[in-house]
Design a protein. Structure first.
Lengths: 507, 307, 325
């Protein structure tokens, strides 16, 4: 590590900013990395990590800021350029072409074969053949191959995005050993991870992002976790007025609206069981990619579960199409508004869409009734109707209200909200929380995933915490401080479980 | 061995079907021989070129709807040029076609535009093919020094086809450009992250499709001796052959060997129906039904693959 | 990317007007073409010419309804021309054998069958609509040729009703309007005020969102292509009443113009946007343009080229001015 301190600066990014429309994803991000160093890049969901990584690797162009590589200013316009400059990322999603074999993938990116084989061996993958087709290999192997392929190209700066997610423990060990070796050989590694245990083991420093701003840079030492968690949250959380004591006295003997048992889907959702009661808002807390996407997709009928059961009002249910889920009263507000809205059509058409879904409703529209329902929803959600002719002209907050209003107009029973407040203004957010309480008070059940931990005590009765595809904690609203939630989300409540949860990745 | 089987299993299966069909042809028509094979290969040649062109675009994740009308343009231009100026300028066609704009929606409009161009150039079948070029695709191969009996079963059209595919496709398939074509069809995001230039690769794929469509058009003119301005059923046939040949319509999967064999299967089937003296219109119906069924099955498979 | 968000360029302002009232500039274009025609051949513009233009624009507009409806979902129906021809040929050849009403039923049945197969392929097998409808068109043409063999000696007769619609006039206007006006009103109303119409727009605008709202799109697509077949069939009946000589390629020449009419009329080939009133004006424009091209003695090839270029240009223009990405 003394060697690291003496190293020259390889990558130096300053004042990097990036806006997407009205949302500032990055305001002032900085990162300095020296040769022979492993630096962890940390930040809560939505802090701007992935945007920063994309900018550093040339997949996005920054609006402002400077990036120097070896003292020279660089402006990358494509990932290919960044690669030529020696900055090579290993993304969470493998960059390998699924329909080509291993050898062809090597040739596609001009990676030399012998070093590749060397790294594959070093990383502990045996019996790999160059004519294996990528799509037939397990995800864990792919991530290792992606890393080996990148190492074979001798990167100046190796950037690893959640490298150890989906890896079994033995492979995690090998990966950590290999990247430590890289640093000791004088190369530079930027390590993006949610796992404190790993960061403490291999990283020299940690750089922390919050709300698009780099807020701290620490040398890793024992006990630093608490400090970093605090910094990621940002001092004292602004605690808005909590709307009354909202926990209803729901007897647990009553049949729950939704009971999920041992649900598993895809490579991430491993084993999730919970009950959603009538009139309850149940929060879901998870870092990115812990299986919450799969959970919501399964419940909304977008994909099939590989294991486990779903019961609605005490009766077993399985959904092959969203229409099946809707028939059982389960309706989804997806994370990306673009997935939910007819951007070119009017507010009215968007809200009324579910009312026309069934072939029996294909005839003449009862215009009065429809207008009444739509107006009801519009008023209840206080949707700004000034630009109602085309939904894409509405602000993000109003768009989100339209997607929720759709189900309010259709009559909600169980609402699945996937991060409904992401990228929308504060005022709208504070209109949405009371609305959720109100809907729950009228008997609706709401499953509410949010990437903003501060929202949990504002809107929820309870919250479940998912880590590594399993529920690691259930927290009541009173106990749901952001620190508690954050610790749980990082698997810090029960360290053993967090550590062993990486062993489950192999199906 | 099992890996080779797994990789080429589909093509081998198609080859077996083709062999069975050829045997069936022989049974239906006992004197089906060298000349029959020659006319079969000649009839299949334009279809094969169209299929190769379409195959490349489909592997890249696109579809080219203007393929048949490009063939018509190339065919009539060639016929006209050769009629007026003798042998030389057939090669021009290739250049004309390489310059066109690539885009899926654009290809629909281009379908109509090329149709119009073909009709403008020649409003009724006409023109002529240069004799030495016709020689290239008509008849059997003769190799000096070998007795003709040995080579008489090998149609020249087949040799031309194999030659072009070997010259263009095999080096391409292994090259970085070829791999990039597979990459953008297979997973565009992964390809982008690996640094593949998406736009350029698409242009190249459509360019190759244009090239092969032009060759297809040329080969129609060469084998019939005149230019035909109305586009034949090559669009449908090439899509069907591509699907039957094991190339997924979602892109990224398959090669060109399968589709070429599929072309011969479809052609032999037509030949057999003709030899069985089935009404040619009924043959068209049967052929169309097979093609539509193949495409529908391909669509269902692609949907299952996406899940 | 410029950071200026609030400045509205003149182009985008024009785009907004065109988007909200697509029919207005189209009507202006129509009058400009008529004026040009009147300059080239003074005196051509009279009641008789207007009646004739409308008479030939009607079948085109009806066939273009097939394109409009399918394009709203992001599809197309290239078998519509063949379906119209099939229905026309069947009705003309069967009327002497089984009588008018029965022949009409059978003719429409054949057209609907083509639509059903399209709907199955597009909706359930998820084949690209272009490929699917092209394929059924090929098969239907083959079937028609075989069918012709069996009815070659029966002669042909067109039910009096369609002859009345196709050739008769009332107050100088073609009788076809008796069929066309209710048809057009039904389509315009259907697109605006029925659940089915709304779903067509919705599927074209964002199929994923439609799915999320509980719509099973195969049901919609199946019904849509069947309806498209039916409309094509009715068009064939009207057209054979106008032309009065059934042939095996009767309505095929309407195919390309029908696509062009829908595109010119403001229907987006990508789906989600368009109106039938725009398409009707588009059909009128193309009919007048056709007269103009004939007057200028433009050959068939140039005509196709021009129509193709129009589709390309209009699509590109709409993409530009509506900044649809």
């Amino acid at each position: 590590m003394t060697e690291a301190a003496a190293g020259r600066v390889v990558l130096d990014a300053r004042g990097v900013a990036k806006r997407f429309g009205a949302v500032a994803a990055l305001k002032d991000a900085s990162l300095t990395v020296k040769a022979g160093e492993i630096v962890a890049l940390m930040g809560a969901n939505g802090a701007g990590k992935s945007t920063f990584v994309k900018i550093l690797t040339g997949a996005l162009r920054p609006d402002s800021g400077h990036i120097h590589i070896d003292g020279q200013e660089s402006r990358f316009t494509s990932p290919a350029q960044a690669r030529r400059a020696g900055i090579m990322p290993v993304y969470q999603e493998p960059s390998l072409i699924p329909d080509l074999d291993v050898g062809d993938n090597l040739r596609l990116v001009d990676a030399p074969i012998e070093p590749f084989r060397h790294w594959v061996d070093a990383l502990g993958i045996t019996n790999l053949r160059l004519d294996d087709t990528i799509s037939q290999l397990p995800l864990a192997t792919l991530r290792i191959l992606d890393l080996a392929l990148t190492l074979a190209k001798e990167p100046k700066v190796l950037m690893l995005d959640e490298m150890t997610a989906a890896l079994p423990t033995d492979l995690v060990e090998r990966v950590l050993t290999v990247i430590r070796g890289q640093a000791d050989a004088g190369r530079t590694v930027i390590y993006i991870s949610h796992r404190f245990a790993e960061i403490a083991r291999v990283c020299d420093r940690a750089s922390v992002l919050r709300d698009g701003v780099t807020v701290g840079d620490f040398v890793i030492e024992p006990g630093i976790e608490e400090k970093i968690v605090e910094l990621m949250l940002g001092g004292v959380p602004t605690r808005a007025e909590v709307t009354g004591a909202h926990i209803r006295a729901v007897s647990s003997a009553e049949t729950p609206r939704l009971r999920v048992s041992q649900l598993a889907a895809g490579s991430r959702l491993a084993d999730v069981s919970f009950e959603l009661r009538k009139g309850e808002v149940l929060g879901v807390v998870a870092l990115e990619g812990q299986g919450q996407d799969e959970l919501f997709d399964v419940l909304a009928g977008f994909r099939r579960a590989q294991g486990g059961t779903i019961e609605v009002d005490g009766k077993a249910a399985s959904f092959g199409h969203p229409a099946d889920a809707i028939a059982k009263g389960l309706t989804l507000v997806p994370g990306d508004r673009k997935d939910a809205l007819l951007m070119l059509r009017s507010v009215r058409e968007n809200i009324a869409l579910p009312l026309l879904a069934r072939p029996s409703k294909w005839g003449a529209i009862p215009m009065r009734e429809e207008a009444a329902r739509v107006t009801g929803a519009v008023e209840r959600l206080q949707i700004d109707m000034r630009a109602q002719a085309e939904v894409r002209r509405l602000s993000g907050g109003n768009q989100q209200k339209v997607t929720i209003g759709r189900w309010v107009a259709a009559g909600v029973e169980t609402l699945l909200l996937f991060d409904p407040t992401r990228g929308i203004d504060v005022r709208t957010k504070h209109q949405i929380y009371p609305l959720l309480r109100e809907l729950a008070a009228q008997g609706a059940s709401i499953l509410f995933y949010t990437s903003e931990l501060g929202e949990i005590p504002l809107a929820c009765d309870r919250a479940i915490v998912i880590f590594g595809g399993r529920i690691v904690d259930v927290i009541d609203a009173e106990a749901a401080t952001e620190q508690n939630l954050m610790r749980a989300a990082y698997g810090l409540t029960e360290k053993e479980r967090a550590a062993s949860s990486s062993a489950e990745a192999r199906p | 061995m099992t890996r080779v089987l797994a990789r080429y299993g589909w093509s081998l299966g198609l080859l077996a079907i083709l062999a069975i069909l050829l045997v069936a042809t022989r049974l239906i028509q006992p004197n089906f021989g060298a000349s029959g094979l020659d006319s079969l290969a000649r009839a299949a040649l334009p279809f094969a070129f169209a299929t190769v062109g379409m195959g490349i675009v489909v592997i890249a994740g696109g579809i080219d709807l203007s393929i048949a009308s490009i063939m018509a343009v190339a065919g009539v231009v060639a016929a006209l040029l050769m009629h007026q100026m003798g042998d030389a300028n057939a090669g021009w066609v290739v250049l004309i076609v390489l310059t066109r704009v690539p885009d899926i929606v654009v290809t629909l409009a281009m379908l109509f535009v090329w149709e119009g161009v073909a009709l403008l150039i020649l409003n009724a079948p006409g023109g002529a093919a240069a004799p030495w070029l016709r020689e290239l695709v008509v008849g059997a191969v003769t190799i000096p020094g070998l007795p003709p009996e040995l080579t008489s079963w090998l149609p020249r059209a087949l040799v031309v086809l194999i030659a072009f595919v070997v010259i263009f496709w095999l080096p391409l398939r292994r090259s970085k450009l070829g791999l990039s074509i597979y990459a953008i069809g297979s997973d565009q995001h992964a390809a982008f992250r690996s640094g593949v230039p998406i736009g350029l690769t698409r242009v190249a794929a459509y360019g190759f499709a244009g090239l092969f469509a032009a060759l297809g058009g040329l080969s129609i003119t060469l084998s019939t001796g005149i230019g035909e301005p109305i586009a034949g059923p090559y669009l449908m046939a090439s899509v069907a052959a591509v699907v039957l040949g094991g190339v997924a319509l979602t892109g990224g999967k398959g090669g060109l060997l399968g589709p070429i064999i599929a072309v011969f299967i479809l052609r032999t089937l037509r030949l057999d129906l003709t030899l069985l003296s089935v009404d040619p219109n009924v043959t068209t119906i049967i052929e169309g039904t097979i093609m539509v069924a193949v495409v529908m099955a391909g669509g269902l498979l692609a949907m299952r693959g996406r899940r | 990317m410029a950071a200026t968000v609030e400045t509205i360029s003149p182009l985008s302002r024009v785009g907004r007007i065109v988007r909200e009232n697509p029919v207005i500039p189209l009507v202006l274009l129509l009058f400009a073409l008529i004026a040009l025609l009147n300059v080239l051949q003074p005196g051509i513009f009279n009641e008789r010419w207007v009646g004739n233009t409308i008479r030939f624009a009607m079948p085109l507009a009806m066939l273009a309804a097939c394109q409009t409806l399918t394009m709203l979902t992001g599809g197309i129906d290239l078998s519509a021309g063949v379906a119209a021809t099939v229905s026309a040929f069947v009705v003309a050849t069967l009327t002497p054998l089984v009588g008018g009403p029965m022949a009409i039923m059978l003719a429409l049945g054949a057209a609907v069958l083509i639509g059903l197969v399209n709907g199955f392929g597009v909706g359930i097998c998820r084949v690209h609509p272009l490929i699917m409808t092209l394929g059924t068109g090929l098969i239907a043409t083959g079937c028609l040729q075989v069918y012709q063999r069996y009815v070659i000696n029966t002669g042909s007769e067109i039910p009096w009703f369609f002859e009345f619609l196709g050739t008769g006039r009332t107050l100088g206007m073609p009788n076809g309007l008796y069929l066309f006006v209710p048809f057009a009103i039904l389509i315009i109303w259907g697109l605006r005020r029925t659940g089915f119409g709304r779903l067509l727009y919705a599927i074209g605008a964002n199929e994923n969102a439609t799915r999320l709202s509980g719509v099973r799109s195969w049901q919609v697509l199946m019904a849509l292509y069947t309806l498209s077949g039916l409309i094509a069939g009715i068009t064939g009946l009207l057209y054979v009443g106008i032309i009065r000589a059934p042939s095996l390629s009767l309505a095929n020449s309407l195919m390309l113009p029908s696509v062009a009419a829908a595109v010119i009329g403001g229907t987006s080939i990508f789906g989600g946007r368009g109106t039938y009133s725009g398409t009707i004006v588009g059909a009128l424009i193309l009919t007048v343009l056709g007269t103009l091209l004939t007057l200028l003695q433009i050959p068939e090839g140039a005509r196709r080229l021009l129509f193709g270029a129009i589709i390309l240009a209009v699509t590109a223009l709409y993409v530009r001015i509506t900044d649809q990405s």
